[in-house]
Design a protein around this ligand. Structure first.
Ligand SMILES: Nc1ncnc2c1ncn2[C@@H]1O[C@H](COP(=O)(O)OP(=O)(O)OP(=O)(O)O)[C@@H](O)[C@H]1O
Length: 226
C-alpha cells in the first residue's frame, strides 16, 4: 500500500533519515516509536507531503498504491493525498469557524462526494447531536474525536497520525484508539501512528522502532516510553 524505498532527508547537511526502506500493507495498524529527535515526525511529514524527501531526479522514495509520488505534479499529488489519505496531525487542526459537522464533511466535499457519511461519523465518535456546535464549545478529547472522524470520513486507504492521544487522559485516549482501530479494520486502511505512548502502541498490530536511521519491528516498548 505504501512503500518507502531509500527514503532520505537531511536538514542543513545533517541526515535525519538515511536510505530508509519499508513496506506498509493494507489493513495494518502500525506504531512508530523511538527516541525524541530520531525523525519520527519527519518521516510522517514526508509521507504526508508536508515536506519533500532528498532524492535525485527520477527517483521516487515514496510509492503509494504503486504510484511513485515524485512522478506526480503538485496538483496530481494533492488530489491523490486528498482522496487516499487521512491526517490526524496538529497541523491539520479542526477549523474553528466551521461547525463540527462541517469540519467532518470537509474531506467529502473536497473529493466531490456525498456528505451523508459525515453524520454517521459524528455518531460513531460519540458526538451525535453536537454537529452544529463549534470547536470552542467542546473539550480537547472531543476535538480529537472530531479530528479522527474527519480523517476517516472519506474512507482513506492510508491514515497518518502523529501523537493522536498526546495530551488526553488514559480513558479518553483508550476510547479514541479503540475507535481508530475499529475504523481501520472496518475499511481495510493502513494506519501509521507515531507515538511515545506504550498504551497507544499496544493497540496496534505492529510496532516499528526508528533508531540510527533504521526501522525495526519490535515487541519491546522501552519503559520510559509511557
Ligand atoms: N524543518 C526542520 N528544519 C530543521 N531541522 C528539522 C526540521 N524538522 C525536523 N528537524 C530536525 O530533525 C530531527 C528529527 O525531528 P523529528 O521532529 O522528526 O523527531 P521526532 O522523532 O519526531 O521527535 P519527538 O519524538 O521529540 O517528536 C530533529 O533533530 C529536528 O531538530
Amino acid at each position: 500500500m505504501l512503500e518507502l524505498r531509500n527514503l532520505s532527508k537531511s536538514y542543513g547537511g545533517r541526515a535525519v533519515l538515511d536510505h530508509l526502506s519499508w513496506n506498509f500493507k493494507a489493513g495494518e495498524f502500525v506504531a512508530i516509536m523511538g527516541d525524541s529527535g530520531v525523525g519520527k515526525s519527519t518521516l510522517l511529514n514526508l509521507i504526508a507531503g508536508l515536506d519533500t524527501p532528498d532524492a535525485a531526479p527520477g527517483e521516487s522514495p515514496i510509492i503509494v498504491d504503486g504510484i511513485p509520488m515524485s512522478g506526480l505534479d503538485d496538483d496530481a499529488a494533492t488530489k491523490l493525498r486528498r482522496a487516499r489519505m487521512g491526517f490526524i496531525f496538529q497541523a491539520f487542526h479542526v477549523l474553528p469557524h466551521l461547525t463540527l459537522l462541517q469540519n467532518i464533511a470537509l474531506p467529502l466535499l473536497l473529493n466531490g462526494l456525498s456528505t451523508t457519511r459525515a453524520e454517521e461519523m459524528l455518531e460513531a465518535v460519540g458526538l451525535g447531536g453536537r454537529g452544529h456546535d463549534f470547536p470552542h464549545q467542546i473539550s480537547g478529547g472531543q476535538m480529537q474525536r472530531v479530528a479522527i472522524a474527519r480523517a476517516l470520513v472519506h474512507r482513506p486507504a492510508l491514515v497518518l497520525a502523529d501523537e493522536p492521544t498526546g495530551n488526553l487522559d488514559p480513558d479518553t485516549a483508550d476510547a479514541i484508539l479503540t475507535l481508530l482501530q475499529r475504523e481501520i479494520k472496518a475499511t481495510g486502511a493502513c494506519a501509521i501512528m507515531v507515538t511515545h505512548s506504550q498504551l497507544a502502541a499496544k493497540k496496534t498490530d505492529k510496532i516499528l522502532h526508528l533508531s540510527g536511521n533504521r526501522l525495526q519491528e519490535t515487541t519491546i516498548v522501552k519503559p520510559f516510553e509511557q
